[in-house]
Design a binder for this molecule. Structure first.
Ligand code: PHE
Length: 361
């Protein structure tokens, strides 16, 4: 290598080193841009050197040109690498700016309202029973004496009518005392086999207290098919409560009298308000009647036009309002018919138990 060449080579080498170290110490994309322009830009130092090539002997020019190009290529790669680093660092800085906001501060709650607790439970049960092949039907709130009592095996002078006193209307009809009239209506309409549930509002002439209202919701269920037994009834009742409470709940079954079932049961669940210790909501018994049920009385099947030699069935009259109270820890049924449910709705958007009128013991 001639001395001119050597000088050239070391110049290029020095330049490359300087460029690399400048690029490394460039703290921003703009600074890097400037370094790049200074070294490999059009008017940059590398071009400056190359301009000197003209003064060199012709046979050396090619080699020097090659060295210069190599240096340029290397530097371009270095600059690109450094650019990536700086970009990444900029991204992190942006993120740490975001992190200065405390994401754990609760957002301002939008006042959007909520479904009524009874509606939530109703829909949940509809969903469960739809899966089991039940259809959801409704019946009139203003009902005839025939469907509310007679077709349910409760003749005019039957004492059961006293237990379900109601509001009699001027047109001879009444406000239904339960959803059971829908049983016979559904049998008439659809025949057997049959799987229906019928949620709806019911009315009774009641003395009102923490667990009694003149207006409340029930959800009737009726299944008619061949070979239906009490075992089927209990299995479905347990499934229902497990689904609503998302865990096994403690229940007890005891005989209960309803003229339209035989045998008839009261299915009680442990009071969720007091955990069984006794409170006004469970009338200090520790148990709450939520699921009166039984095997459909043959007379009722006959009223519905069902062949009792072929079919049997079970029915239940779930206390929807009461179940919602248990699920959400509502101590007083009157809250649910009031216009202000904020006490219930505010807490956990009705996802977990909510305490109204006091705390859970
Ligand atoms: N209809 C009854 C009531 O309201 C409940 C019930 C329904 C009982 C179906 C048995 C079967 O008291």
């Amino acid at each position: 290598m001639s001395s001119g060449m050597e000088e050239m080579a070391s110049q290029i080498d020095d330049l490359q080193k300087k460029a690399e170290s400048d690029a490394q110490s460039a703290g921003s994309l703009e600074a890097l841009q400037a370094v790049q322009a200074a070294f490999i830009g059009r008017g940059g130092a590398l071009n400056e050197i190359l301009r000197g090539i003209g003064k060199m002997p012709a046979e050396q020019r090619g080699q020097v040109g090659q060295m210069a190009n190599q240096a340029k290529k290397t530097l371009e790669e270095r600059f690109a690498l450094r650019r990536k680093e700086l970009e990444a660092a900029a991204g992190q800085a942006e993120q740490s700016k975001v992190a200065q906001y405390d994401p754990t501060i609760p957002a301002r709650r939008e006042a959007v309202g909520s479904l009524h607790p009874v509606t939530i439970v109703q829909r949940q049960i509809e969903e469960v029973f739809s899966r089991l092949g039940f259809i959801v039907v409704t019946g009139p709130e203003m009902e005839s004496e025939y469907y509310n009592f007679e077709a349910l095996n409760i003749p005019p002078m039957h004492p059961a009518r006293d237990m379900q006193d109601t509001f009699w209307l001027g047109n001879g009809k009444l406000l239904r005392t339960h959803t059971s009239p829908v049983q016979v209506r559904a049998m008439e309409k659809y025949g057997a086999p049959l799987r229906v549930i019928a949620p709806g509002r019911c009315f009774r002439y009641e003395t009102i207290d923490a667990s009694h209202e003149n207006t409340f919701f029930q959800l009737e269920g009726l299944l008619i098919d061949r070979n239906i037994s009490i075992a089927n009834l209990i299995a479905v009742m347990k499934l229902l409560l497990t689904e609503v409470f998302q865990r096994e709940v403690e229940v007890r079954l005891r005989p209960g009298f309803f003229p339209f079932v035989e045998p008839g049961f009261e299915l009680d669940m442990r009071c969720e308000i007091c955990g069984g210790a006794g409170c006004p909501t469970c009338k200090h018994s520790g148990w709450v009647e939520v699921l009166p049920c039984g095997m459909v009385h043959p007379n009722v099947l006959k009223y519905g036009g069902i062949d009792t030699d072929v079919y049997t069935g079970f029915a239940f009259g779930l206390g929807l309002t009461r179940l919602a109270m248990m699920k959400y820890g509502v101590r007083d049924i009157r809250v649910l018919n009031s216009g202000d449910l904020r006490g219930i709705i505010a807490a956990e958007k009705l996802t977990g138990p909510t305490i109204v009128n006091g705390s859970r013991p």
